[in-house]
Design a protein around this ligand. Structure first.
Ligand SMILES: NC(=O)c1ccc[n+]([C@@H]2O[C@H](COP(=O)([O-])OP(=O)(O)OC[C@H]3O[C@@H](n4cnc5c(N)ncnc54)[C@H](O)[C@@H]3O)[C@@H](O)[C@H]2O)c1
Ligand SMILES: [Zn+2]
Length: 388
């Protein structure tokens, strides 16, 4: 005798992604409204976590946040001084920052309806978001992303993670935020390197989803490279919209399948980040990974030769790298070490290897086999192009 019950649970997620300027200015209602959106008549407890890079660049931030809470005291109650946590990729390479955030959540007696307000770049959001998603099995998170990459991509999505065993994001959770508040003022204090880095993800989503946006980035490379505010803000906004649309419409927001269609160029990117011990940033690694995969797409006849020329030309003109000497690192029998990224990518997702390639701007295809000889010749060609 056996029995079989079928449980089905459908949980809709809904969160606002707001674009604003001066999110902690007392007159700006966006944050208070976001915190109160579910229980408008309650006072909400908020623990603030700030990326050290942001805290250094904005020495008055803690005072501004305190003034904000005072002005909105009927709705917002700070749990204490902001917790300052190391930002950047190093913070993802061990569990120190995770432990700091979890301990602070406990110390301040934050419950599942309290808020962790996370202010920082993609790395801080990944680390603190991971911590917040595990404390009490998840406290509410409001993200204030402060870099191009986090406002254009990571901060508006549903993933957290830290690196372990030499692998990117080996530990992590899917945890949609309560709200995302993109404040463009933060963009202007990040380094020029980080300002440009995040544009790789904008270019990526343009190539996959929006041919006119790709043409727009090509037409505006000089303005993007100069960091002109209007063009950067447009690139960030359009990229965020496209990422959100993908998560909402892909049918697989928590990536249970083998494909990860927005991770164009990422199998090589993640491996390059590890091979260089994070000397290169995620955005830079993505630019290199996209150069490889676009050249490979042309090499196997999926797209015309003009496409890699256009993509590589635009990436370079924006100030992004398309080559790193780590691509020359070899393992057994002269096999480029970066190729290990393919099996690690498959392992991370599960199922069969799925790599997204390009047919045209705005049109991609998933393939399940990769011709290693062709890939090696593409990497050699990229090296020759770099040397020329
Ligand atoms: N969760 C996801 O879906 C997802 C998606 C893409 C990328 N990521 C991750 O995001 C990370 C990269 O994030 P990133 O590009 O934002 O860089 P980052 O978070 O590493 O930040 C770069 C540096 O800028 C500093 N900083 C941040 N904001 C600043 C500001 N406004 N002013 C001055 N300094 C500032 C930080 O302290 C850090 O030193 C990678 O770990 C990547 O894997 C996650
Ligand atoms: Zn990425």
């Amino acid at each position: 005798m056996s029995a079989r019950l079928v449980q089905q649970i459908c949980v809709p997620f809904r969160y606002p992604v707001c674009f604003t300027r001066g999110v902690f200015h007392p007159d700006n209602p966006v944050l208070a409204e976001a915190l109160c959106s579910r229980e408008p008549d309650r006072r909400h407890r908020v623990m603030v976590v700030v990326d050290r890079g942001v805290a250094n660049a904005w020495p008055n931030l803690a005072v501004s946040i305190a003034e904000y809470a005072e002005r909105h005291a009927s709705r917002v109650c700070l749990a204490g001084e902001p917790l300052i946590v190391e930002g950047g990729e190093d913070a993802k390479n061990d569990l120190v920052a995770v432990a700091q955030v979890v301990a602070a959540l406990d110390r301040h007696r934050m419950d599942r309806q309290s808020f962790a307000l996370l202010v920082g770049g993609g790395a801080l959001l990944d680390v603190a978001g991971y911590a917040a998603s595990t404390a009490h099995r998840g406290v509410r998170v409001v993200r204030v992303p402060t870099t191009t990459l986090s406002q254009a991509d990571s901060g508006v999505g549903v993933k957290n993670g830290v690196n372990a065993f030499g692998k990117k994001n080996y530990l992590g959770t899917f945890a949609p935020p309560f709200a995302v508040l993109n404040d463009s003022l933060f963009l202007w204090t990040q380094s020029r390197r980080d300002l440009v880095c995040g544009l790789a993800e904008a270019m990526k989503v343009a190539l996959l989803r929006d041919a006119p946006f790709f043409e727009w980035t090509r037409a505006n490379t000089a303005q993007l490279a100069r960091g002109e505010r209007e063009v950067i803000e447009h690139a960030v906004r359009r990229s965020a919209e496209l990422h959100l649309a993908h998560i909402a419409s892909s049918g697989d927001p928590f990536e249970t399948g083998s494909a990860r269609p927005l991770d164009f160029g990422h199998w090589a990117a993640h491996k390059l980040e590890a091979l260089t011990r994070h000397r290169i940033r995620h955005g830079e690694a993505v630019a290199i990974g996209m150069a490889i995969d676009t050249l490979y797409s042309a090499k196997i006849g999926l797209c015309p030769e003009e496409l890699p020329r256009a993509v590589i030309g635009a990436l370079r003109a924006i100030g992004l790298p398309v080559w790193d000497d780590a691509l020359r690192a070899e393992g057994e029998q002269g096999r480029p070490l970066v190729l290990e990224g393919l099996s690690e990518f498959r392992e991370h997702l599960g199922g069969e290897l799925t790599v997204t390639l390009l047919c045209a701007p705005g049109r991609s295809v998933d393939v399940h086999e990769v011709d290693e000889d062709a890939l090696r010749s593409v990497i050699e060609r990229l090296g020759a192009m770099e040397a020329a």
